[in-house]
Design a protein around this ligand. Structure first.
Ligand code: ATP
Ligand code: 4MY
Ligand code: MG
Ligand code: MG
Length: 321
């Protein structure tokens, strides 16, 4: 671990950052983490309780100044980043190449893979986890590219044999509110109201409960969140249209303490999660992500991964540091 010399950090330095900048290499256990985050992420992630806990363990967080050349800052042991844009990706990739001694969480190409709702689930689809204390797959999905005339969507859906209802999701996930604007479609004709590029995913009944599986390096943590309720055949036959729905499974929708039907609420089997996490960590080349997983209603061990997010939420609440 290195901690020598000045560390130039952006903006106003909090106390612990000043301390990190002036401490010398007396302890071999000090770790300097340069962070480059959106203001939203900084607010939710860099909370005093967290940075104090980290400091007690010899981990110092120092803000990267994105307006200054990265190689002139540091030295860092780790760079933790969640910023969008091609320019930032190039900066961080260049730095990664020139500073192999620094752990960059995570490589920009690997993160980019999660910025598209088709490519993000491809590795899960490629995995053959059918005999590992349960089955894990992805819902059937269809990509509607930007160049497609929306009026052709009903035909495309019928041609692909997609089963209604469908969840319509923006193809690109870039951290914007728009990329989280999702719709539930009860009939294929109403889908022509939506704007491509989109991913249309078959809705899987799952008893209104979702498992968020946080993966932080080797650590795995599962939490329960409320989700969309089942849609019955009767409801489907009576309702038509596309309906926008809010962020149903956000942090405020925790179901960890709820009194739920154990058939729905029982966590996915641990060996299955360990295998899935190990495979995805390896295939995606990421160390900081989460998987949204649902159990098909009425089954014990049929699971679907519906979403993967890079460096999600307050991931530190879910990991031991
Ligand atoms: N195929 C599906 N079947 C059933 N429910 C679904 C499906 N896809 C999404 N959902 C519901 O919609 C919610 C949002 O979907 P998804 O997680 O794909 O969106 P997101 O905007 O990427 O969310 P996040 O905030 O986790 O990034 C899920 O938490 C779940 O409740
Ligand atoms: O809104 P929160 O802080 O909770 O975190 C959300 C996070 O936003 P942030 O990284 O900008 O904070 C989202 O990232 P983007 O796709 O928008 O990049 C995504 O990962 C959600 O799944 C996280 O929600 P969680 O399900 O973990 O609670
Ligand atoms: Mg999700
Ligand atoms: Mg997501």
């Amino acid at each position: 671990m290195r901690l020598n010399g000045e560390i130039s950090s952006g903006e106003e330095e909090p106390e612990d950052e000043k301390q990190a900048a002036t401490t010398t290499t007396s302890s071999p256990h000090k770790v300097v983490v340069g962070y480059a985050l959106t203001s939203k992420k900084k607010k939710s992630f860099m909370q005093p309780t967290f940075t104090a806990l980290a400091r007690n363990k010899g981990i110092y967080f120092v803000a990267v100044d994105v307006n200054k050349p990265l190689p002139e800052q540091g030295p860092f042991d780790i760079i933790l980043h969640k910023l969008s844009g091609e320019e930032w990706s190039e900066i961080i990739e260049d730095y990664r190449q020139k500073h192999p001694e620094v752990t960059v969480l995570d490589p920009p190409d690997a993160i980019q893979h999660l910025h598209n709702r088709q490519s993000m689930l491809q590795d899960v689809a490629d995995l053959n986890l059918s005999d590992c204390h349960g089955k894990v797959g992805i819902p059937r999905q269809l990509v509607i590219t930007k160049d497609k005339d929306p009026s052709t969507i009903p035909y495309e859906v019928t041609k692909a044999g997609m089963k209604l209802p469908l969840v319509a999701k923006p193809l690109v996930v870039d951290g914007s509110a728009k990329s989280h604007e999702l719709f539930l479609a009860y009939d294929e004709f109403s889908l022509s109201e939506l704007e491509p590029p989109l991913v249309l995913q078959e809705f899987v009944n799952h008893g209104g409960l979702l498992f968020k599986i946080y993966i932080v390096g080797e650590a795995i943590k599962v939490v329960r969140r409320f989700s969309l309720p089942n849609i019955s055949k009767r409801e489907l036959s009576k309702v038509a249209g596309v309906f926008r729905f809010p962020r149903v499974s956000c942090a405020a929708a925790s179901a960890d303490d709820a009194d739920l039907d154990p058939n729905i609420a029982e966590h996915p089997p641990w060996p299955l999660l360990e295998r899935l996490a190990r495979e995805l960590r390896h295939r995606l080349g990421l160390r900081l992500f989460n998987i949204d997983m649902i159990r098909e209603y009425g089954t014990k061990d049929v699971f679907y991964v519906i979403d993967i997010n890079y460096f999600p939420g307050k991931v530190w609440e879910n990991a031991r540091i």
